[in-house]
Write a protein that binds this ligand. Structure first.
Ligand code: HEC
Length: 393
C-alpha cells in the first residue's frame, strides 16, 4: 500500500517540475513602452527628480506622494501611498524604474500607471524613481534591494511576508521525500516570525531473516518549527544587511520511522546579505543546532554561503538568478568531521509581477560522497504581500 502512495506522489512532484520548467521556458514578453499619454509635453529641460515628479507623476500620485483622491482622478485603480514605508521600502528601485519606464502592466499592475519611456529619458525616470523612494522617511525599514533571491539552504537576512512550499527528495534507495510548508510573516520594519510544518515519506530499512536489506515505506509528521528573525543593521550605501534569529523545533513529529528524534532543538543563527556590483549577491548564514539531549543528538554547528547573479530577460522581463551554495556542518562530538556539500540552484520569477517564484537545485555531497545521497530540491515561493497568487501573471 505504502509503495502506491509514493508511486502516486513522485509523478506529482515530477509534474510540478515539468510545469515549472514549461512556464519558465515560455518567457515573459516585456510590455512595449506605449509612450505616455502626456508625451506631447516638453519635459526635456527637467533635471531634478522633484521637477520630473511634479510635472509627470504628481497629477496621480499627489505632490506629497500619498496619492490623488479617487474622485479627482476619475479612474478606479488604487494609487499607492508612497509615504507608507511598509509598502514603499520593500520594492527595489529597479522595479519602480521598470514600472515608470514601461507602465504598470510590465510588473502586472494597472494600465492606468502610464509608460514614460517615450517621454522621459532613462536618467529622468531614474531621478523620479529616486524621488518616489524618498517619500518614505523612516530609514528603519531595510530597502527592497536587500530582498535577494532566496537560496535553497542558505538562510536570508531580509524579513518577508511569504509562503514557501518545499519539496526535497533523495534519488536512490533509501528514498526520503520531505515536504515543508512555511509561513513567514513580517512584523514591523525589522522583524519576522515563521512557522514550519514538515511532513515526510521515506523508505525504512529492515534486515530480513536471510540478512538482506528490505525496505518498507514510512510516512509521518516532522517536528514543527517556530522561528524569529530581526535585522541588526542595514546600509544600502555599503550594500549590507545583517540579521540574527532563532528557530525552535518542537518534538511533536512521529518518532516511529525517524521523522522526529523526540527532543527540542534550538537553532540560533546569523544571516548576512551583501549586494555586489552588477546584480551579483552574496549571502552568508551560520549558526548552531543545539540539542536538549546529547545522548539522542549531538550539538551541531553549520555554515552556509550562496553567491549568485540575476539576469533580466529583455530588460524588464523575467529574472533568472543562477547561484551556487557551499554548505558545511560539524557535530560537536569527538572524532566528528566537517561535512561539506555544494548546491547549484536556479531561482526564477514565474509571473510578471515577480511575486511568485521557483527555485530548483540539488544538494550534492562533497565529503563522504559514497554514503550520502544527492538530494533534488524544488521550492515554490509566493510573496503574498504583493498580491494574490493568481494576480499579475
Ligand atoms: C495617470 C496616472 C498616473 C501617473 C501620471 C503616474 N502614475 Fe504611477 N501609478 C498609477 C497607478 C494607478 C498605480 C497603481 C497601479 C496598481 O497598483 O495596479 C501606480 C503605481 C506606481 C508605482 C508602484 C508600483 C508598485 O510596485 O506597486 C510606482 C513606483 C509609480 N506608479 C511611479 C510613477 C512615476 C515615477 C510616475 C511619474 C514618472 C508616475 N507613477 C506617474 C498612476 C499614475
Amino acid at each position: 500500500m505504502k509503495r502506491d502512495v509514493i508511486k502516486d506522489f513522485l509523478p506529482v512532484g515530477v509534474g510540478i517540475l515539468v510545469l515549472g520548467f514549461s512556464i519558465a521556458a515560455s518567457g515573459t514578453a516585456p510590455q512595449e513602452a506605449k509612450g505616455s499619454p502626456l508625451a506631447q509635453d516638453d519635459w526635456s529641460e527637467l533635471n531634478s527628480g522633484a521637477d520630473v515628479y511634479a510635472a509627470a507623476c504628481a497629477s496621480c500620485h499627489g505632490a506629497d506622494g500619498t496619492g490623488t483622491p479617487k474622485h479627482i482622478l476619475g479612474f478606479e485603480a488604487e494609487v499607492p501611498d508612497f509615504t507608507d514605508c511598509a509598502f514603499a521600502s520593500r520594492e527595489p528601485q529597479a522595479d519602480w524604474f521598470a514600472v515608470a519606464h514601461n507602465g504598470g502592466p510590465t510588473r502586472g499592475f494597472d494600465e492606468m500607471m502610464p509608460a514614460f519611456g517615450g517621454a522621459l529619458t532613462d536618467d529622468q525616470i531614474d531621478k523620479a524613481a529616486t524621488h518616489v523612494k524618498g517619500f518614505c522617511k523612516d530609514d528603519n525599514w531595510p530597502d527592497g534591494a536587500f530582498n535577494m533571491p532566496r537560496a535553497l539552504v542558505t538562510g536570508k537576512a531580509f524579513p518577508e511576508d511569504e509562503y514557501v512550499w518545499e519539496l526535497e527528495s533523495t534519488l536512490d534507495e533509501p528514498v526520503q521525500v520531505q515536504f515543508k510548508f512555511i509561513v513567514e510573516k513580517r512584523i514591523g520594519a525589522r522583524q519576522q516570525v515563521e512557522f514550519i510544518l514538515p511532513v515526510g515519506v521515506q523508505q525504512v530499512a529492515s534486515i530480513d531473516a536471510n540478512g538482506n536489506t528490505d525496505y518498507r515505506w514510512g510516512e509521518g509528521l516532522g517536528d514543527l518549527g517556530l522561528a524569529w528573525k530581526g535585522v541588526l543593521w542595514h546600509s544600502l550605501r555599503r550594500g549590507t544587511i545583517g540579521s540574527m534569529g532563532a528557530e525552535v523545533f518542537l518534538p511533536v513529529g512521529d518518532e516511529k520511522d525517524g521523522f522526529s528524534k523526540g527532543i527540542f532543538r534550538l537553532e540560533p543563527f546569523i544571516a548576512i546579505g551583501q549586494l555586489l556590483p552588477g546584480d551579483t549577491f552574496l549571502q552568508l548564514h551560520g549558526g548552531a543546532e543545539l540539542s536538549t539531549d546529547t545522548d539522542v543528538a549531538d550539538h551541531e554547528i553549520f555554515w552556509r554561503g550562496a553567491i549568485g547573479h540575476s539576469f533580466t530577460q529583455c530588460r524588464f522581463g523575467r529574472t533568472w538568478s543562477p547561484m551556487v551554495e557551499v554548505i558545511g556542518a560539524r557535530e560537536l562530538a569527538s572524532g566528528a568531521k566537517n561535512e561539506w556539500s555544494v548546491v547549484p540552484a536556479l531561482h526564477i520569477t514565474l509571473n510578471t509581477r515577480q511575486h511568485v517564484m521557483l527555485v530548483l537545485g540539488a544538494e550534492i555531497p562533497v565529503t563522504d560522497a559514497d554514503e550520502r545521497q544527492i538530494k533534488g530540491m524544488l521550492h515554490l515561493l509566493w510573496d503574498w504581500y504583493d498580491g494574490a497568487f493568481t494576480e499579475g501573471w
